[in-house]
Design a protein around this ligand. Structure first.
Ligand code: HSE
Length: 312
């Protein structure tokens, strides 16, 4: 019996903004979703069947609202070749709607799967543009695809992107509260304009952030994360966040901020302090009656990758 070929991809979680780099900076984290797709004859793409294990099990549906299928459709349209429907199996480890790049991971997974199905016609930059258009901003998409620390900005409808390595002695400690915060709600609270003083402060902060990464100096991160564009407006939406951040600071992290649009809080730390920083952050949330789970993560330096499968 001939079994249809199965395609697989693994895509990392990401943390966007990194304090001062709103909508432009992001890092890839060592926590991965896996997606497998087996084409089925006679099924249209939007009729694909979905089996989800882990995060989102029982919640993620098939059809037009599914982000993996949306990205597959966008790639199929760009290439001009129909992609069939099939069986989509997801092993999800990235928490949903928590500021850890679950939507970018889904879109990148779909784009990579469709590109594989079509014979890898598109290059990574073309995929970056397609997925960024679906997501609206490139700061999670770029590290989900390329890994490491990514600088990205949209110029003339195309994404300009550079990638740097993250110092390998740094750890990411994420405290993930047990409630969701939708990005659109976290964007709605932001002002339309900023004062010159706030803008200058953010330019200074981004400069220190770049220096921290490039000179591998964790001690510069605190100045690098000091943000006036989004963090002050979003903290009130995240009960317990300020306490969690204060506790991380007390335990000696390099710096701490909101991960993406929240509600996860991320601290950067040397390895030996990471675990106790995580405990202290969870305690901070608890003071405000918010349950959270913390994870100590490495940074991912290579981004989304195809999973090699034995196909018979
Ligand atoms: N830069 C985005 C934001 C990341 O902060 O709204 C979340 O998708």
């Amino acid at each position: 019996m001939k079994i249809n070929r199965k395609y697989g991809v693994r895509v990392p979680a990401t943390t966007a903004n990194i304090g001062s780099g709103f909508d432009t900076l992001g890092m890839a984290l060592g926590l991965y979703n896996e997606a497998y797709f087996t084409p089925v004859n006679g099924l249209s793409l939007m009729e694909s069947r979905i089996d989800v294990q882990g995060e989102g099990a029982g919640k993620i549906k098939s059809g037009i609202d599914n982000m993996i299928l949306q990205a597959m459709q966008a790639v199929s349209k760009k290439i001009g070749k129909a992609v069939p429907g099939g069986e989509l199996e997801l092993i999800n480890r990235i928490p949903l709607a928590r500021g850890m790049g679950s939507s970018s991971a889904a879109l990148v997974s779909g784009a990579y799967l469709a590109n594989q199905l079509c014979g890898n016609v598109l290059n990574k930059h073309e995929i970056l543009n397609i997925v960024t258009e679906l997501e609206g901003h490139p700061d999670n998409v770029a590290p989900a695809m390329f890994g490491g620390f990514c600088l990205s900005v949209i110029k003339n409808k195309s994404v300009l992107m550079e990638q740097l390595k993250i110092p390998d002695t740094w750890k990411a400690v994420v405290a993930v509260p047990d409630f969701e915060l939708r990005t659109e709600d976290a964007r709605r609270v932001l002002p339309d304009t900023y004062s010159r003083e706030d803008s200058v402060q953010n330019i200074g902060a981004v400069s220190f952030l770049m220096a921290a990464i490039m000179m591998r100096k964790g001690e510069l991160l605190k100045a690098g994360l000091a943000d006036r564009i989004h963090v002050p407006y979003r903290l009130p939406l995240i009960s317990g966040a300020e306490e969690a951040m204060k506790n991380a600071d007390k335990k000696g992290c390099y710096g701490v901020t909101i991960s993406g649009s929240g509600p996860t809080i991320i601290a950067f730390s040397p390895k030996e302090k990471a675990y106790e920083i995580g405990v202290a952050m969870a305690d901070g949330f608890k003071l405000h009656h918010v349950e959270s789970k913390f994870m100590v993560l490495d940074f991912d330096q290579e981004g989304g990758q195809p999973i090699q499968l034995d196909n018979y």
